[in-house]
Design a protein around this ligand. Structure first.
Ligand SMILES: Nc1ncnc2c1ncn2[C@@H]1O[C@H](COP(=O)(O)OP(=O)(O)OP(=O)(O)O)[C@@H](O)[C@H]1O
Length: 301
């Protein structure tokens, strides 16, 4: 598979907070890479840095961020805006925030879809009936319908290379969530899209991701194929996350691994919660070895 996105040494700082610390990963064409971690671990900040839409006062630095070989740091704000409009599609967490609440949905779709064949696109996401509702504003549609419409705009109408989906199914009930995930995978297959899929839900990761990066305290603490992460997790935080899944028991259940917990400001960020913590963990932030950042495992398979 061709490498589409390469991120290395990414840092994001807000005033007084380092939200993302030395994050590196790659994403290949036609691949779904899951960024998983609890609330506040830095997932959204990574996405905002990649698309250069960080809030005022935030600062990003990176050794390199390349899309299809092009260094994004070389682009002017205008070139970056054009890249976001053509090659990178973003599906937000809450569909209502991306649509005007008062303008009819069909009018907004026509405007965003440009020259694309809207009836055909609506047919592909099973929502041709929207054509018969020219006056209906967003609040007259369900969350699942709106999310499918936004996927249509982000992926089908513009056919980008990279789709960033930041918790796109959090607000949906399980049946609708399954429909939206199926649609994303179908688009990945048909358009050879690369998808960066942000979530705190490991069950979703298992369904859609080819590879996974686990975040804690702004670090990518472990990266691997979905199978590796689920069958032989190496970082103690990944193990805790997995053992907190329904039906499993272990350290994770005791740690309450999915609930945000203390993050050390020095040394390993997971040290205050780690069941196998050692003296060195409080003193030194571990460097990544074989895709794992942990003094205890030091990358051992
Ligand atoms: N605009 C901001 N100003 C200051 N700090 C911020 C800002 N946005 C995020 N942060 C902080 O940066 C850290 C990472 O936040 P971020 O939203 O990237 O995490 P996340 O994993 O995406 O969380 P969630 O799942 O809740 O969206 C947190 O400590 C958060 O409080």
């Amino acid at each position: 598979m061709t490498e589409l996105l390469a991120v290395s040494g990414l840092h994001v700082d807000y005033p007084g907070v380092r939200a993302v610390h030395d994050v590196s990963f790659t994403l290949r064409q036609g691949e779904v890479f899951g960024l998983v971690g609890e609330s506040g671990s830095g997932k959204s900040s990574v996405c905002a840095a990649l698309t250069r839409v960080l809030p005022p006062g935030a600062r990003m630095t990176a050794e390199a961020v390349r899309l299809d070989g092009q260094a994004l740091s070389d682009l002017t704000d205008e070139q970056m805006r054009r890249l976001r409009a053509t090659r990178i599609g973003v599906i937000p967490q809450r569909p209502m925030t991306s649509l005007s609440p008062v303008t009819p949905v069909l009018r907004q779709l026509r405007w965003h879809a440009g020259d694309a064949d809207l009836p055909a696109l609506l047919g592909q996401v099973g929502l041709r009936a929207v054509l018969d509702r020219p006056r209906d504003a967003p609040h007259r549609f369900s969350g699942g319908q709106l999310q499918r419409l936004l996927i249509l705009l982000a992926a089908l109408a513009r056919q980008p290379d990279l789709l960033i989906a930041d918790e796109p199914t959090t607000t949906l009930d399980p049946t609708v969530q399954a429909q939206v995930l199926r649609l994303l995978l179908d688009l990945r297959d048909r358009l050879r899209l690369a998808i960066l899929y942000v979530t705190h839900d490991l069950a979703v990761v298992a369904q859609v991701c080819d590879r996974v990066g686990v975040m804690y305290g702004g670090r990518l603490v472990e990266t691997g194929t979905t199978e590796q992460i689920f069958t032989s997790p190496r970082h103690p935080y990944t193990r805790a996350l997995l053992s907190a899944l329904p039906g499993r028991t272990g350290a994770g259940s005791r740690l309450g691994a999915l609930a945000p917990g203390p993050v050390a400001r020095h040394g390993c960020p997971f040290a205050p919660r780690c069941p196998v913590v050692m003296d060195v963990c409080a003193a030194q932030d571990p460097q990544p070895v074989l895709d794992v950042r942990c003094h205890h495992t030091k990358g051992t398979p």
